[in-house]
Design a protein around this ligand. Structure first.
Ligand code: FRU
Length: 457
């Protein structure tokens, strides 16, 4: 099936065909960056999961490789689920969850490893450990890091027998013998019924625990998507436990489509990719690209910075290399700007902000700024329900900058150097429509627009 330019994405990682979900195994190995992703090569439903594989010299231009891991063994015969990687002793070690549906219908999961010397062919090692009692079969998504003392740590998302979300932490000296240190959090808790895709970001002053709780009730403008991705800032103790408060949980992204993020270290930077999906089944089934045999995309890579107790997310600086011809001007009163292509970056730097403003992108996505609240609201039309829907964030700092990465069917809005990010898909029937309408009121500032070059195979 051919992809139409109306929806195709040219600077994001999408599957060649079939379904993509979580980013997996992010690594820099043998001079190249590796991004793996959950991939169903056989269709656009959630089954037959294997690990798709992309490589890059610069984190921006990506080439496709063959699938890195496919179901083949008794312990992963029904799916290679999510996980992370580490580089050690000149080898790339992948960790993943093997998904098994037994003949009697009972489902099982195994935390497994695979290893490669060339970053291309992976030898499976098999299951690493048994799960402790007190947990359902929902234990998955191993992520590994090295602590300050040189020990390996592994964290997995889990569900307790009494249906509470949790994460289990393990320790190892050699990446093969693992000791369970129990629940990652110190105290008993009830925060959703399952946690997926846990991750730990280490900053000099603090540690950040990132995870995806399922089943949190909506709270005002928070937790509006079916499942959440967020973090708490704290500190990992000697015992391996994380000292931090679930009451401080903050969402990573304020858009409609963001889930299952994973990070890795690149020099002294921490870079994160997410998966752009709403996690709503009906909306997912109706994504128009399904007609073209593919579905979903990863987000752009973001550099993560911890400041004032929260995470800031900035598009990685390498993305500036994609900029082609650009144009600049003042925001004016009621301006209409034409995007030079369906792949564009639009930056607004405000010098005076005294009134509300509204922005309409390609007739499909509306952004409203409320001066009094210092809030941004992003509207789109849901393609399944045809209803208008919104997501809103109240900013901590006065709005000074917005950076929008616009593709034919995706949008990422970085606000104030990444204080907030909105990630979303949108679908417009009018593929020719390239207008960005800016009702700026009396506000003043500069607009820069660049055409972005295609960079994914
Ligand atoms: C998150 C997730 C993971 C699982 C994978 C399966 O989106 O459900 O928990 O490993 O997707 O594709």
């Amino acid at each position: 099936m051919n992809r139409s330019d109306a929806y195709d994405l040219k600077f994001h990682i999408t599957p060649p065909h079939g379904l993509l979900n979580d980013p997996n195994g992010l690594a820099f190995f043998n001079g190249q960056y590796h991004v793996f992703y959950q991939w169903n090569p056989h269709g656009t439903e959630h089954k037959n999961k294997c690990w798709g594989h992309m490589v890059s010299d610069d984190l921006v231009n990506w080439r496709r490789k063959n699938a890195a891991l496919e179901p083949s063994e008794w312990y992963d015969k029904d799916g290679i689920y999510s996980g992370g990687s580490v580089v050690h002793d000149g080898k790339l070690h992948l960790f993943y969850t093997g998904n098994v549906i037994r003949d009697d219908g009972v489902k099982e999961s195994y935390q497994c490893a695979a290893v490669s010397e060339d970053g291309e062919y992976f030898r499976k090692i098999g299951p690493l450990f048994e799960h402790p009692s007190g947990y359902t079969r929902h234990v998955r998504d191993p992520k590994i890091w090295r602590d300050q003392s040189g020990s390996w740590r592994l964290i997995v998302g889990a569900q307790t027998d009494d249906l509470r979300g949790d994460a289990l932490v393990y320790k190892s000296a050699d990446l093969s013998a693992w000791t369970c240190q129990g629940s990652f959090l110190e105290h008993d808790h009830k925060f959703g019924y399952m946690w997926e895709c846990p991750d730990v970001l280490q900053f000099p002053e603090n540690d950040v625990f990132v995870f995806c709780p399922q089943g949190l009730p909506e709270q005002g403008e928070n937790f509006r998507n079916p499942n959440q991705s967020g973090y708490i800032v704290g500190k990992i103790a000697e015992t391996g436990k994380f000292h931090g408060e679930l009451a401080d949980f903050q969402e990573l992204d304020r858009g409609f489509d963001f889930y299952a993020p994973q990070s890795f270290k690149v020099g002294d930077r921490i870079i994160l990719f997410g998966w752009m999906n709403s996690m709503d089944e009906e909306t997912e089934k109706a994504v128009p690209t399904v007609q073209e045999g593919w579905i979903h995309t990863l987000t752009l890579p973001r550099e993560i910075v911890l400041a004032d107790g929260r995470l800031y997310q900035k598009p990685i600086r390498e993305l500036q290399g994609l900029r082609q011809d650009g144009m600049q001007g003042n925001i004016g009163n009621n301006g209409v700007w034409q995007l030079p292509a369906l792949q564009a970056e639009l930056i607004i730097n405000f010098s005076k902000l005294s009134e509300n403003f509204r922005m309409m992108i390609r007739g499909a996505v509306q952004i409203d700024y409320d001066r009094e609240q210092n809030s941004l609201t992003v509207w789109r039309t849901n393609w399944a329900t045809r209803q208008r829907e919104y997501r809103k964030a109240i900013l901590t700092h006065t709005l000074a900058e917005m950076r929008l990465f616009i593709e034919s069917s995706s949008l990422e809005i970085f606000v104030n150097e990444g204080e907030e990010v909105f990630s979303l898909r949108y679908f417009t029937e009018d593929a020719q429509q390239r207008a960005v309408r800016l009702e700026a009121g009396g506000n003043e500032g500069k607009v820069s627009i660049y055409r972005l070059q295609q960079c994914v195979d």
